[in-house]
Design a protein around this ligand. Structure first.
Ligand SMILES: *[C@@H]1O[C@H](CO)[C@@H](O)[C@H](O)[C@H]1NC(C)=O
Ligand SMILES: *[C@@H]1O[C@H](CO)[C@@H](O)[C@H](O)[C@H]1NC(C)=O
Ligand SMILES: *[C@@H]1O[C@H](CO)[C@@H](O)[C@H](O)[C@H]1NC(C)=O
Ligand SMILES: *[C@@H]1O[C@H](CO)[C@@H](O)[C@H](O)[C@H]1NC(C)=O
Length: 384
């Protein structure tokens, strides 16, 4: 009995302590983390906000278009509201940030590094006047799923190695963003197992499509260049192993060689190869694609008969002087002579079209005087 009575005050004390702890916890979570408050103040000081965005409250978690979870800022979504200004380096201190959206605004000046924002999932910086992107920009962004940098007049930049850290990346979009250099080898299925869209249209990329792209799960591939000023070259063979491809824009480049066998690209519906230097025939495999809706092969140097496509496929094929011509009645007298002499004894259609293709290429090479790098069959050149 006496023992029980002595325990009572202790119990009350414990209860009181617990309550105090609970209160402290609540107070802490209501109090926005001071470093986030400071970073948000630094951001606000750089911006000109429209009257619809009243950021005057002392606590940024009460600002419109800013969202907090617990005591941390997790979303800043101020795109398409006429905001102008620059971004302070303090952004990289908002380490709980999951979404940062300032698209379609009048932001200018250099982008600060976003390195270390390991929670960031969505980053929309498109359609602004940002002038520079630092090479370490993507360092540590292991949660990044979608980034859009399109339509900014950046100083020329190459795809930075720091992008390798973005192993969750689904959509990498940087159309008309002054990206230069080659598509790096590290853009591969191992580093980017979830890649869905790789959109780099209207840039100044050069070199070939690296073999390392093979096996990527991308569905959208935009590598079309600026008319008259683009340099991607080599063959397009690697696309045959990108089996999820649905939309492929490779137009306005300097790709050479034949259109490969695309039998594996069952989802392909939009395929644009316009304005390249592709040679050879239009493969049967293209005509057999079950989902193809649009095919633009115009302004290349394709030749031979065009296979029969379903009637709902929109094909644009002008600007291929030797396309559609029957191999039995070829384009030039030179070709006619060679083709008749060599092709006549052959019966197999495959052999015939192959020889015709070679002859066509060679005769065009002679007649039109191609620069030698356009000529894909070096060893054959000596033969006739
Ligand atoms: C952004 O660039 C456009 C086009 O160059 C220009 O008209 C506009 O004034 C710029 N805006 C800012 C805020 O720098
Ligand atoms: C990636 O892009 C696709 C197609 O535009 C879109 O449906 C998807 O939601 C995007 N993914 C992310 C994480 O934004
Ligand atoms: C592709 O262009 C580069 C220059 O950007 C050149 O060095 C290379 O030889 C070209 N490759 C092919 C296959 O034409
Ligand atoms: C393609 O062929 C046309 C004529 O058939 C020629 O004028 C043109 O230079 C060729 N283009 C290339 C890049 O080989």
């Amino acid at each position: 009995m006496g023992r029980h009575r002595r325990d009572l005050p202790l119990l009350a004390l414990l209860l009181l302590l617990l309550l105090l702890l609970l209160f402290l916890c609540l107070a802490a979570s209501a109090q926005t983390l001071q470093s986030d408050v400071l970073a948000m103040q630094a951001l606000k000081n750089r911006l000109t906000l429209p009257s619809s965005l009243d950021w005057s409250n002392a606590d940024p978690c009460n600002w419109p278009q800013v969202m907090c979870t617990g005591n941390r800022v997790v979303r800043i979504q101020i795109g398409m509201r006429g905001v102008s200004g620059t971004l302070p380096p303090d952004i990289s201190k908002l380490t709980a940030l999951t979404r940062f959206e300032v698209m379609d605004s009048q932001f200018s000046g250099p982008l600060p590094s976003f390195a270390g924002l390991a929670q960031l999932q969505v980053l929309f910086l498109n359609r602004n006047n940002f002038t520079f992107i630092p090479a370490d920009f993507f360092t540590g962004m292991s949660s990044l799923q979608a980034v859009d940098l399109s339509y900014n007049d950046f100083a020329a930049w190459g795809i930075p190695v720091s992008l390798k850290d973005c192993t969750s990346l689904q959509n990498f979009t940087a159309t008309q963003a002054n990206v230069i250099g080659q598509i790096p080898d590290f853009i591969n299925a191992k580093n980017f197992p979830k890649l869905f869209a790789f959109q780099l249209a209207f840039n100044n990329l050069e070199g070939g499509l690296p073999a390392s792209l093979a096996g990527l799960t991308i569905q959208i591939l935009w590598l079309n260049g600026k008319a008259g000023n683009s340099k991607l070259n080599g063959t397009i063979d690697v696309i045959t192993s990108l089996t999820q491809l649905a939309q492929v824009w490779l137009h306005s480049n300097q790709f050479t060689g034949p259109i490969p066998d695309v039998s594996n690209l069952k989802n392909l519906w939009d395929f644009s190869l316009r304005d390249n230097q592709l040679t050879g025939v239009v493969p049967e495999s293209l005509a057999k694609l079950p989902n193809l809706k649009r095919l633009d092969i115009s302004y290349n140097n394709l030749s031979g008969k065009v296979p029969t496509f379903r009637s709902d496929v929109n094909i644009i094929k002008e600007g291929n002087p030797n396309l559609g011509k029957d191999i039995a009645s070829p384009a030039s007298p030179t070709l006619s002579t060679i083709a008749r002499g060599v092709a006549a004894p052959l019966t197999s259609h495959r052999k015939l079209s192959c020889i015709a293709k070679l002859m066509m290429t060679m005769s065009m090479n002679k007649v039109v005087n191609f620069p030698s790098e356009y000529f894909p069959y070096d060893n054959i050149q000596e033969r006739p």
